[in-house]
Write a protein that binds this ligand. Sequence first.
Ligand code: NAD
Ligand code: UDP
Length: 320
Amino acid sequence: MRILVTGGAGFLGSHLCARLLGEGHEVICLDNFFTGRKQHLVPLLDHPYFELVRHDVTEPFKFEVDQIYNLACPASPPLYQYNPIKTIKTSVLGAIHCLGLAKRVGARVFQASTSEVYGDPKVHPQPESYWGSVNPIGIRSCYDEGKRCAETLFFDYHRQNKVDIRVARIFNTYGPHMLPDDGRVVSNFIVQALLGKDLTIYGDGTQTRSFCYVDDLIEGFVRLMNHPSLTGPVNLGNPGESTMLELAEWVLKKVGGKSKIMYLPLPRDDPKQRQPDIALAEAELGWKPLVSLDQGLDSTIRFFRDLLAAGQENRTTDGH
Ligand code: NAD
Ligand code: UDP
């Protein structure tokens, strides 16, 4: 198949492009490089079936493709809050352009939605049937409401125009190719520990998240996309739940060194708890995460250790 991946230079997108090429597909990666990096795609650039296109999903685009994965959107809170108007345009116009293209060329289209559609949930764990508890005017709303509107568009194009859709609600995912300064908690803690800086816990560290390793998530993407009929929404995430304090302690234990924990104010509207109910994915996709937090953190720490060492090397050879 020929497959378009929007946001393909990002953390999840770069792993997805590699996986799809490995399966023998042609891949077109479209990205504006806001939070994506060409460096994540270096091993793919010489592949004869790989094309990289610099483009913004808020502008229309046209490709003859069989499948579209729509991943374009910054995912880290500080980065999506950097230009909130652009973030919501990316979600809404990006969805409209992907759906319009899918309708025109008869492609199946996948939306990378998010657990943020549940907001600060009143139901725990969160099943797909829960409608969420979202502040429509807060600092996270550009992302949360943008993704909720994108889901609405997906289901309206499906009902009105018979577009073949797949919607995944992704819970916090981590792994190699996150940016060291991306601002999300796993990358922050690991990079801080490797640099011997104190780990920054926002609030008292009792808030929880469920962390899924990237390889598990990508397996879930491909299974959902290739399911004959399941539109979703389907939760994809790891049901193991940790407090941010527990995560910080794990990272400190694994990395060693002199870092301690420091406490900073909790950002506004930060959800108190988050854990996926993955019964639907287990039943319909035969999917569940296989990589433990222990293994996943080890491989992510290895990635950042190599990245920081390479940066150090470049600085030394550059004379900076
Ligand atoms: P990321 O920020 O690493 O990747 C997003 C990619 O989209 C980047 O390459 C960025 O340059 C690109 N992009 C942003 N705006 C664009 C635009 N207007 N036009 C073209 N490209 C644009 O984030 P990620 O973690 O890889 O997330 C990928 C998708 O999955 C996002 O849609 C995100 O909302 C969703 N998601 C991720 C997580 C997670 O834990 N990683 C959780 C929930 C949902
Ligand atoms: N967080 C933290 N320290 C950091 C970065 C994040 O304590 O350096 C907290 C953040 O307040 C939130 C949780 O970790 O409660 C997960 O944050 P992240 O930005 O990774 O994802 P999201 O809030 O979107 O789930």
